[in-house]
Every structure is written in structure tokens, then in C-alpha cells.
Design a protein. Structure first.
Length: 629
């Protein structure tokens, strides 16, 4: 089939080449090249008008750095790894995370703004609403820049990206995923998140949202234990497939009568196989019984799934029975795999039902692959998102995710990765960190999280602050921002097992016997993203960046530089105070060393005994080279 668009494009490009020969001045050539570039741009896929952000402009002239908030630090057990909450624009934070975690992340879970048109997100400090003619392209530009870095963070050999979205942008997002992650295995789950629906005049009412799962490398979706379906599974004895072995002609020995009592509907007798020359109507009946044959309603002669001798043994053991379904009688049996589960005590046998079949259940539930349509009561966002969060910190945040919905998403991919690192760069209320802690508490894992969120206030609060002359950066504004007013207190309260008033939380977490008041054994630190100029005029860039190395090492290694067990040596004074002090030296477990420090053989031997590491050049090496340092 002829590609007409390509023909037209080739004709125009050929004409441009001719024009270049006739008009060879620099200005004309630049113009012709610009036209040619537009002609050669992508002609299939997602196309939109790209927009820049203020953070893009800031990145041109400044370097993001991390500063630890000394007042916001919670340590339950210094021997456990550390988790982190980072306050700042997520593009700013991702710039740093690419330096510390490139190719190392097991899972990214994000819940970006849904771009509903209801002024639920900002672009360059302005709320985007339904009247913004560029709201879709602004949203796509925002998402693309962040997903491009996310791609660099994920472990290409085995990792998963999870992203929730609703009907406003799921089509655009799906195309964007296919473009940025061409090698990913992509599936989308539809998940019911509310009891009722969002009523809409003359439209379908909405009660769900969508969850994209992008798998990379060998990553798999783990089987789940469905407690609702852990009873013994019974299978129809009649073969129903179209394969030749399922028909009487191919296996005449598996065509035999089963006699069922008319009153009790129990199997009375299992007959012998019927010769091919006999028609089903010619088979002799038993008094007081109904004769069942493997014949479809349209008269097609099939076969039973077991020989008559095997079925007799199954019947004796309670592995076969007849079930009445409306006016039909259906012969059922359990497979060899289920029988094996019985003999190995995976199935607890309770007794015999009225039809003569055994009853029982899987002691630990039966593992099965999750489906892509979820209707799970614990995923209700009102009850287990809004109300749960309200009970912890009060009414400070709208539309949080169900804690259990996030936990289940993570469990589907991290069930057997108990040391995984999870990043959420649209952290909002902090549900992801809460879910990671809960998952660890349930299965003994040591997974860690890094959550990134800005410190914006709501639109109503913005207006109220404006009336009072309070601006972003002022203390009152900062204390009411999402990171400090929602994400951090929710995280601390859930870890301590108390609400914002210090009262013990009530009740247990669902699907477990874990009291919410028990909290979690875990550690968390709070970092804030700040800026330092790329080309300072009155000081060395290396000195400025050296002040923020500590946070980078902590973030990369999920530890705390305490200068006791984990020490940082930036200069010779640090070396003398720490390494040459015998009392301090004996407690050291890890050392990070500035590569510019000159050491003699004895000094080098001392730090080699501790297995020292140099401060990674990828932290700020490129920026220093650009500044000729």
C-alpha cells in the first residue's frame, strides 16, 4: 500500500534541497533546515505543544541540593534502613535522584494530578482549569519531563512503574507510556474506588479509576491469595473443548452412564463404557434413577474427564458429586492437583456435603493470578482513604488513595522483593509510605520508600493567605503546605501509632491482626530541595556543594551519616578528628572520603581497614567540570 503522506513529504524535502542550492546564505539555510525538521517530525503517535516550566528555567542557572530538616527526623531503630520525604518540585528532586539511584529502583508508584479541569493542579504557579485551552498539552509536558527521568531510575532488568489515572487523561497517558517505554509490558487495571457513583447528567456515572502497570525486564505480577475463593474448586466432569480427544469417537471408553437417585440426587452407580454401535437412547435405565451421559443439549456426544474405574474410586473418597443447577444435573469432580493439596494438608477437609462431596478450604488461601477488573471493598477511597486519613491527622487533605489499594498494588509486584526501594514523586498525603510500612509489618520486609511532594497549599488557602498578605516562603504558608502539614505528620503519626492529638489510633489494619496503635518499626528523615547557583561569583562551587554531600550519601544508601558508625570525611580536619581518634575509629563501620584529600600510606591503610568508599563523582562531578573545578 502506498504511503501518500511520505510521497508528499519527500517531494517537499526535495524542493527544499533545490531551494538550498539557489539560496545558500546562512539565514536562508537555517530557515530551510527548520522547515525540514518540522517535515521530518513524528507523524504517528502522541503529538502535543510542549511547554516549559519555571523549574526548567531554574535548572539552567542553578543546581538542586538537599538540606536536612533537623526538626523532622524519626528513628525507631538505628539498625534499620532509612526512608525519606523530600519537599520540593518533583522535577527538581528527580534531578538529584538520578544521581543517587540511576538504574537501582525496584518500583515507582505515582498518583499524578488527574487534570479534571477542576483546578486540582498548578502549572507555573497558576491553577489549570477547564478553560485553559492548553491544559492537556501542559499536563503532557509536565508528565513527559518527569517520566523521562523515571525511566533512568528504574532497574531495566527487573522493575515496575505503577500509575493511577482516571478517564480524563488515561488515553493520552497510555500513548505517552508506549512512546517513552517501548520495551515495557503494559497492562491497565480498572478499579472500583467508591460505593456510589459520581452522578453526571446524560452520561455514564463513574465509580472507578485506572491503574497502569508497566513491567520491565523479568518483572512479574505475583499471584495473590483470595480469601473469598479459597474453598475446594470443583470442575465439570464432562469435556467441553473442541479438541478431538473430547469427543466419543476418539475415546469411546470414556462414554458411560452415571445413575443418580431421583430424590437425593446422589450418584448411585457408575456404568461401564457403551459400545459405539449403541445410541444413547438405547441405554438401559435404572429404577428410581436419572441416567446422565456426556451428551450436550444439541446432541453432541462428548466424553467424561475420567474413566469409569477412576470415577468409582473418586466417588468412594468424596472427590465426585452431582450438583443441581436449575433443571440440570451436573457431575463434578476435583482434579489431581487438588487431591494432592488434600494429601499434603494444604487443604483442610471439614466433612461431606449433602451431595456426597468433601468440603474444605485452603489453609493459607489459594494463590491465583489477579484479574484486571478490581471490585475490592478495601479499595474504597472514601472509607479507607479520606476517613482513615481524617482519623489520623484531621481534615487536611482531599481525595487520598485507599491505603489498602496502594498496598495491594505494591504487593502484586514486591511480594518476593522484601528489600525493594520504592519511589513516589507525587506523594501527596503520603499513602505510599504508609502502605510500604504496612506491607513490611505484615511480611517482615525491609522495603524502603522515598516520597517527593511540593509544599503547596490549597486554592482556598492561597486566596485566604493573599487577603492577609501572606506569600509563599512565609513561615505560616510553609507550615500549612502539603509536605509539612500533611505528608510528614501522617507519616510520623502512623509510625508512632497515634493521631495528630497524640491519642492512640483505634482498630486494626485490615487483613491482619496488627493494631494501628502499634505503629511501625522504621526510620524516616525529611529533606528539602534548595538551589545553589551554577556559577557563583564569590566562592567555590565545590565548597558550596560539599555542604550537601551528606544528604546525598544518606539518600543513596538509606542510612544516616552519624559520624559514629557512618562517617563522612570532606577534609583533613575531618580525618584527624574522626579517624585518628581511637575511641571514634573503633566504632566506625562505613567511611565516605573526599577524593581530593591526600593521604600517606599509614592513613590510607587505616581507612582501607574499614572498607572506605570515595564520594561518588556522579553526585556533582558534571557541574564542577562545567565550572572548571
Amino acid at each position: 500500500m502506498t504511503n501518500l503522506s511520505k510521497q508528499k513529504r519527500d517531494t517537499m524535502i526535495a524542493f527544499l534541497e533545490q531551494l538550498k542550492k539557489e539560496h545558500s546564505d546562512d539565514k536562508s539555510i537555517r530557515a530551510f533546515n527548520e522547515i525540514e525538521n518540522h517535515l521530518r517530525e513524528k507523524k504517528y503517535g502522541l503529538v502535543w505543544e510542549e511547554h516549559s516550566e519555571e523549574v526548567d528555567d531554574m535548572l539552567k542557572e542553578n543546581i538542586p541540593v538537599l538540606v536536612a530538616d533537623k526538626e523532622r527526623r524519626l528513628c525507631k531503630d538505628e539498625n534499620l534502613p532509612w526512608n525519606f520525604i523530600i519537599e520540593g518540585d518533583n522535577l527538581q528532586a528527580l534531578y538529584l535522584l538520578e544521581k543517587t539511584h540511576k538504574g537501582k529502583i525496584d518500583c515507582i508508584y505515582i498518583d499524578p494530578p488527574y487534570n479534571t479541569g477542576a483546578r486540582d493542579w498548578k502549572y507555573n504557579n497558576d491553577y489549570v482549569d477547564v478553560n485553559d485551552s492548553y491544559r492537556h498539552s501542559k499536563w503532557l509536558s509536565m508528565m513527559k519531563s518527569r517520566l523521562m527521568i523515571a525511566k533512568e531510575l528504574l532497574n531495566p532488568e527487573n522493575s515496575v512503574l505503577i500509575c493511577t489515572i482516571d478517564e480524563k487523561e488515561y488515553l493520552h497517558l497510555g500513548c505517552l507510556f508506549e512512546e517513552i517505554f517501548p520495551n515495557a509490558k503494559i497492562q491497565m487495571v480498572s478499579s472500583i474506588i467508591k460505593d456510589g457513583t459520581s452522578m453526571r447528567l446524560s452520561e455514564f456515572s463513574r465509580c472507578n479509576e485506572y491503574i497502569f502497570f508497566l513491567r520491565f525486564g523479568s518483572a512479574i505480577i505475583e499471584k495473590e491469595i483470595n480469601q473469598e475463593t479459597n474453598k475446594i474448586p470443583w470442575r465439570n466432569l464432562i469435556r467441553s473443548g473442541t479438541g478431538s480427544n473430547n469427543f466419543r469417537k476418539a475415546r469411546p471408553n470414556s462414554f458411560y452412564p452415571i445413575y443418580v437417585d431421583k430424590n437425593s440426587f446422589k450418584i448411585v452407580k457408575i456404568g461401564e463404557s457403551i459400545p459405539m454401535q449403541l445410541h444413547p437412547n438405547d441405554i438401559e435405565n435404572m429404577d428410581g434413577c436419572i441416567t446422565i451421559l456426556p451428551v450436550k443439549q444439541d446432541g453432541t456426544e462428548m466424553v467424561w474427564g475420567l474413566s469409569s474405574e477412576t470415577l468409582k474410586q473418586y466417588l468412594k473418597n468424596g472427590y465426585a458429586k452431582v450438583v443441581k443447577n436449575n433443571k440440570s444435573l451436573i457431575v463434578k469432580y476435583i482434579t489431581k492437583g487438588v487431591i494432592n493439596d488434600i494429601t499434603t494438608n494444604k487443604i483442610i477437609v471439614e466433612g461431606i456435603d449433602d451431595n456426597g462431596g468433601i468440603t474444605g478450604y485452603y489453609s493459607d488461601g489459594k494463590a491465583q493470578m489477579p484479574q484486571n477488573q478490581w471490585d475490592i471493598p478495601s479499595h474504597n477511597a472514601t472509607q479507607y482513604g479520606t476517613n482513615l486519613l481524617k482519623n489520623i491527622i484531621g481534615h487536611r487533605f482531599t481525595f487520598p488513595k485507599s491505603l489498602y489499594a496502594v498496598r495491594d498494588c505494591l504487593n502484586h509486584i514486591l511480594k518476593n522483593k522484601k528489600n525493594a526501594t520504592i519511589i513516589d514523586f507525587f506523594a501527596g498525603s503520603g499513602t505510599t509510605g504508609h502502605a510500604v510500612n504496612l506491607l513490611n509489618a505484615q511480611d517482615g520486609g525491609k522495603r524502603t520508600f522515598i516520597m517527593v511532594t511540593n509544599n503547596e497549599v490549597s486554592e482556598d488557602e492561597t486566596k485566604e493567605f493573599a487577603k492577609r498578605g501572606i506569600r509563599k516562603g512565609d513561615k505560616e504558608w510553609e507550615e500549612k503546605g502539603i509536605a509539612k502539614y500533611v505528608t510528614w505528620p501522617r507519616t510520623v503519626c502512623s509510625i508512632d501509632g497515634v493521631n495528630i492529638k497524640g491519642e492512640p489510633l483505634k482498630g486494626d489494619y485490615l487483613d491482619s491482626n496488627i493494631p494501628m496503635a502499634d505503629g511501625f518499626e522504621t526510620n524516616v528523615k525529611f529533606f528539602k530541595c534548595e538551589w545553589t547557583p551554577r556559577k557563583p561569583e564569590d566562592y567555590l562551587l565545590s565548597n558550596a556543594l560539599g555542604l550537601h554531600i551528606k544528604e546525598m550519601i544518606e539518600l543513596q544508601n538509606a542510612i544516616e551519616i552519624d559520624n559514629v558508625k557512618n562517617v563522612l570525611i570532606l577534609n583533613k580536619d575531618d580525618f584527624n578528628k574522626i579517624i585518628l581518634d581511637d575511641e571514634v575509629y573503633n566504632k566506625i563501620e562505613n567511611i565516605w572520603l573526599n577524593q581530593n584529600i591526600v593521604l600517606n600510606a599509614k592513613e590510607l591503610k587505616m581507612i582501607q581497614a574499614k572498607g572506605f568508599k570515595y564520594i561518588p563523582r556522579e553526585f556533582f562531578g558534571q557541574e564542577l567540570r562545567e565550572n572548571a573545578e
